[in-house]
Write a protein that binds this ligand. Structure first.
Ligand code: ADP
Ligand code: ZN
Ligand code: ZN
Length: 699
């Protein structure tokens, strides 16, 4: 590969080739590509080792140029061509190019961070140490990915319900047409997975690859299991990718996908950026889930890039959800996506009965209404599982002095610290923003009084209260603290499935995807906290979350009940929830967004600034705003005022933001293209760091 035959640049008379200039993408915080020379052309998408300053780095060749962008004598030769892999496929390079342009980041920040870490290190991967065997090039023969048909009991398909069959027919027309996006709106338990599997099988039978995205690592094991038994002839047919794999595991899975050996790739958002030479279908399960949006570096939306990738390749994309994002819902309403509905559950069970419990005049005991406690008692007596859902981990959100009013506060952030119980009697005050943890004081740091009380409650305190109230019950808490160690989430969920728990206490971690066999009751505490959160997406998030958590109930047994405690039972979110009426909620939320000109009726970008002093961050953003105002491209773009973030200081860094918004996406991006190259100039000499986020999910 380092010496392409028939290269016009080879000087046969002398035998010496004039140098070729390569535009190389590097993961450095500088815009643009970097010129290096080499004796022969190198194909785009090949990794090379180069010196950048005095550092050896891995870069990726983007283009071959006849003339360098700088004086030829200043161009250094590349150190080595790393041809241990075939060049990245052209469609993958197009995807990266699009992502770089759309998210306004340098190509190198897209191309390199998405590679498995060993492929980014100058000395790590040489091909020889690959997945236990000689390096094999991607097999590009048509049909190379064809799977051996599996027969036998595992592959025995369930009979589809009439609703599933109708939905499958519609989805199949999409497959036949070879392109387009379907929004599969199916209530929880409607059997969307079965449809994904059927579609996947068809695509695999054509010898093409399938990419299935799930929002959460914890959801990969159960889907992995199903996919393996239903679709895989050999273990190697399936590759799984997510961030909790070891570097070696991730590399091996990635290589199998790139080489076309893995026919199916299942993973979280990072899997979307995997080169797949025969890709024929993309499925995005729970497409509304916020975790499809990366929150640092290239802040991409894997869902949105999946749609772009499908369109670019001319292959179908299926977005599935019980509560689609309002963005996708609107596209379906406008006919850009094909709406396919599954209004009923696959098995005969009715959807759970969702009731609101008015807490305004209720006598609460540790946050529980008498109704909820009675319902828990009843389910215990019937031998059914219950789930108490509370989106707040730890013991109590704050510790307070009863005599002087002191409250626990992070030293480094403008946030309260959360009281956590460790083993035994040990307690710490932990900051959920910077991770700082301090032993909880015995006496008030301000007045010395010893009467420090936990205020409010988190999952640990609820667990403790339930254990006291129902000593006969087996109580299991599932949240980020209980599942920190690798494998512990699987172990906890296995306990639930084995019926070894009577009452689960959990955060949103339990709300997604899991199929609990004997769950008869869901109680929701403190939902109102989300209702009045500042973010305009808060009601949408709340509705989706409650619908998801309600959907865990009664999937096998029927007769399930969901009790949502609230001070605001008349709110539309709750009313629509009780009727399982997503579309009513969506219509009203969309009408409100349209009135206010919010997404999806506008596009947004968020410029963020960080500094030791808030005034520097704000001053910088005001200067950027003035610069933007002066540009002709700012016509049709609304520039908001620079404001501090709600939690202004995190880890001793002050943060501020500037929101840009336009009803026309093109206008917004036009302004950003003109503005962003000037922003480093504005930042020069100011003690600030800045970033840009396109389509921010939290404002
Ligand atoms: P969703 O993802 O839409 O919430 P699932 O795909 O998890 O729903 O399906 C819910 C349950 O229904 C699963 O236990 C699944 O095995 C079962 N199921 C799906 N389709 C059928 C069918 N046609 N007949 C019987 N059971 C089905
Ligand atoms: Zn005090
Ligand atoms: Zn902190």
């Amino acid at each position: 590969m380092s010496d392409l035959p028939g290269s016009p640049l080879r000087d046969d008379a002398t035998g010496a080739a004039p140098p070729v200039y390569l535009a190389v993408a590097l993961d450095v915080p500088l815009p643009g590509l970097f010129d290096y020379s080499h004796g022969a052309p190198v194909a785009p998408g090949v990794r090379v080792r180069v010196m950048f300053g005095r550092r050896a780095m891995v870069g990726m060749v983007w283009a071959v140029r006849e003339h360098p962008g700088v004086a030829a004598d200043r161009v250094r030769p590349i150190e080595a061509v790393l041809d241990d892999l075939p060049p990245m496929p052209a469609d993958w390079l197009r995807l990266a190019d699009f992502a770089a342009q759309y998210y306004h980041r340098p190509l190198g920040e897209v191309l390199l961070p998405v590679l498995p870490p060993p492929l980014r290190k100058p000395a790590a991967y040489t091909g020889a140490r690959s997945a236990g065997g000689p390096v094999c090039r991607a097999d590009r023969r048509p049909g190379a990915a064809r799977l051996a048909r599996r027969d036998g009991p595992e592959a025995a398909a369930v009979a589809l319900t009439a609703g599933q069959q109708a939905a499958l027919d519609q989805l199949q027309s999409l497959l036949t047409a070879g392109r387009g996006v379907a929004l599969l709106h199916g209530v929880t338990g409607s059997g969307k997975t079965e449809l994904y599997l059927r579609l996947a099988r068809q695509v695999l039978d054509q010898g093409r690859q399938v990419l299935i995205l799930v929002p959460e690592i914890n959801l990969t094991p159960q889907l992995e299991q199903v996919v393996r038994t239903q679709l895989c002839a050999e273990p190697g047919d399936l590759a799984v990718l997510h961030s909790r794999l070891s570097e070696g595991e991730r590399l091996r899975a990635w290589l199998r996908a790139v080489r076309g050996q893995a026919k199916l790739l299942l993973g979280t958002r990072l899997a979307l950026m995997t080169p797949l030479p025969h890709l024929g279908l993309i499925v995005v399960d729970e497409e509304h889930d916020p975790s499809y949006k990366q929150q640092d570096g290239l802040r991409y939306s894997a869902r949105d890039l999946a749609v772009w990738r499908g369109h670019d390749l001319g292959i179908p994309v299926v977005l599935g959800s019980a509560t689609p994002s309002l963005e996708s819902w609107r596209r379906a309403q406008r006919g850009d996506y094909r709406l396919v509905s599954l209004p009923d559950r696959a098995q005969a069970q009715a959807l759970p009965d969702i009731r609101l419990v008015d807490t305004r005049r209720a006598q609460l005991e540790q946050g529980f209404t008498p109704q909820l406690l009675q319902a828990l008692t009843a389910r215990l007596e019937q031998g059914e599982q219950s789930l108490v859902f509370l989106n707040r981990r730890g013991y109590a959100p704050v510790l307070r002095c009863q005599s002087c009013g002191w409250v626990s506060q992070c030293r480094r952030c403008t946030a309260h610290t959360v009281l956590h119980r460790l083993g035994g009697r040990r307690t710490v005050l932990q900051c959920h923003h910077c991770g700082d943890a301090q032993p909880a004081p015995r006496a008030c740091p301000d007045c010395g009084d010893q009467d420090l009380q936990p205020m409010g409650r988190g999952t640990q305190r609820v667990e403790e209260f339930l254990a006291e109230t129902f000593p006969q019950a087996r109580i299991l808490r599932i949240d980020a603290d209980a599942t920190r160690r690798k494998g512990s989430a699987e172990a906890l969920f296995a306990q639930v499935h084995a019926g070894q728990a009577d009452i689960l206490v959990g955060t949103q971690m339990v709300s997604k995807g899991h199929d609990f066999a004997r769950l008869g009751l869901v109680g929701v505490l403190n939902a109102d906290a989300m209702l009045f959160a500042q973010d305009f997406r808060a009601p949408e998030r709340l509705f989706a979350q409650l619908m998801q958590v309600a959907g865990r109930a009664g999937r096998r047994t029927g007769g399930a009940q969901v009790l949502v405690q609230t001070d605001y039972p008349d709110q539309l979110v709750y009313q629509a929830l009780c009727r399982h009426d997503y579309s009513r909620f969506a219509e009203s939320a969309l009408a409100e967004r349209e009135d206010l000109g919010l997404p999806p009726f506008s596009s947004q970008a968020l410029l963020t600034a960080q500094a030791t002093h808030l005034a520097d961050a704000l001053g910088f953003l005001r200067a950027v705003r003035a610069q933007a105002d002066a540009l002709p491209e700012s016509a049709g773009v609304c520039l908001y005022d620079a404001v501090p973030l709600r939690i202004v200081r995190v880890a001793r860094v002050e943060r501020a933001q500037l929101l840009l918004e336009s009803p026309r996406r093109g206008a917004l991006h036009g302004l950003l293209r003109a503005l962003l190259p000037q922003v480093d100039g504005v930042a020069a000499g100011r003690p600030v760091r800045w970033g840009i986020e396109i389509d921010p999910q939290e404002i």
